[in-house]
Design a protein around this ligand. Structure first.
Ligand code: PBG
Length: 325
């Protein structure tokens, strides 16, 4: 035998030398829930170890994040009032806007990203304003753009639209540019599937649709070419970063998208992925840390440049300890 693959597996130093996938803490983004009210730090029932924080309590978590070496955070807002048109989303004193101002002031070294969507703010739980029983795409665009602008004016460094309306990246880019925010990047949830993996998130954010589902705007998970179409369209509209979501069951999509776009690609390991790992570990069926590592490396190996995960602190620690990366 002249070719023996095992030769390169002989010891740990060698295995590290020949690693094909290299990761870095700087590419991790931690999603975090901020909630209207005071003195709130409540654990999310289906997401052990993840909390909803009121603005006065979130500093605790942001500090832990910075101590772990993670500088990128993405805010999701949980308002105390909802209405038909989700006006809390673009209220300058809304929950995300207040959290942004506080975080910018107290933790200037953090990079603040916001999820731009209506579903947490609408009484019906859909991602835009309704016309009959369906989301009115074109009339929703203006509300999304206003939401993005209000986030940027409150201190967001980057906005991430997750609504899946057609044309929203262009609408947001146009409104940001008109207001002089030409340098604020947009990370588009471009390839977002209608997925049961978002279940725990909807419980966390109270954003489940009150009727129907999201299948008229989020993608059918049988489709991959359609994901390419969405990704290319968003690049054309001005997206700076293209996201694929969920991550674990969609690695083929990450790989394909990576081949066709020249922007960085982000993969979002969503709430259901987190919940499954936590539940499996609690039952003693899996080794939590090693599973977290494999999931993260899997996303990067598939082609992701950026990884959004509720396990950001744990992954950062594993990188520090040389277990992955
Ligand atoms: C808002 C939004 C959702 C997620 C991110 N942004 C929920 C949804 O689309 O229903 C899911 C994140 C997660 O599950 O971790 N539209």
């Amino acid at each position: 035998m002249t070719i023996r693959p095992r030769r390169l597996r002989g010891n740990d130093t060698l295995r590290r030398m020949v690693r094909e996938t290299r990761m870095d803490k700087s590419s991790l983004i931690y999603p975090m829930f901020v909630k209207e009210g005071n003195d709130i730090r409540e654990e999310i029932p289906s997401m052990d170890g993840q909390y909803r924080y009121s603005v006065d309590c979130m500093g605790f978590e942001l500090e832990r994040l910075l101590n772990a070496g993670v500088k990128n955070v993405m805010f999701f807002g949980i308002p105390d009032q909802k209405d038909e048109v989700g006006s809390g989303a673009y209220n300058e004193n809304g929950i995300v806007q207040r959290a942004l101002r506080e975080a910018k002031e107290k933790f200037p070294e953090l990079y603040l990203i916001t999820d731009v969507c209506m579903c947490e703010y609408t009484s019906h739980g859909h991602c835009g304003m309704l016309c009959g029983h369906d989301v009115d795409n074109d009339r929703t665009l203006d509300l999304l753009a206003k939401t993005a602008l209000s986030h940027v004016e409150a201190g967001a460094d980057m906005v991430a639209p997750s609504d899946m309306m057609d044309g929203r990246v262009r609408a947001i880019r146009t409104m940001l540019d008109q207001a002089g925010h030409t340098g604020t990047p947009i990370m588009s949830y471009a390839v977002k599937y209608a997925s049961a993996f978002y279940g725990p998130f909807r419980e966390a954010a109270g954003s489940a649709p009150s009727f129907g589902d999201r299948k008229t705007y989020q993608m059918d998970f049988h489709n991959k070419r359609e994901g390419i179409k969405e990704a290319l369209l968003d690049v054309e509209e001005g997206a700076d970063i293209i996201m694929v979501k969920p991550a674990m069951a969609y690695q083929d999509v990450i790989t394909e998208v990576r081949k066709v776009v020249n922007t960085p690609v982000a993969a979002y390991s969503v709430s259901g992925e987190y919940a499954m790992v936590k539940a499996g570990a609690k039952l003693g069926y899996i080794d939590e840390e090693r599973i977290i590592g494999e999931m993260a490396v899997g996303a990067y190996r598939a082609g992701a440049d950026i990884y959004l995960t509720y396990f950001a602190k744990e992954i950062a620690k594993m990188m520090d300890e040389g277990k992955i990366g």
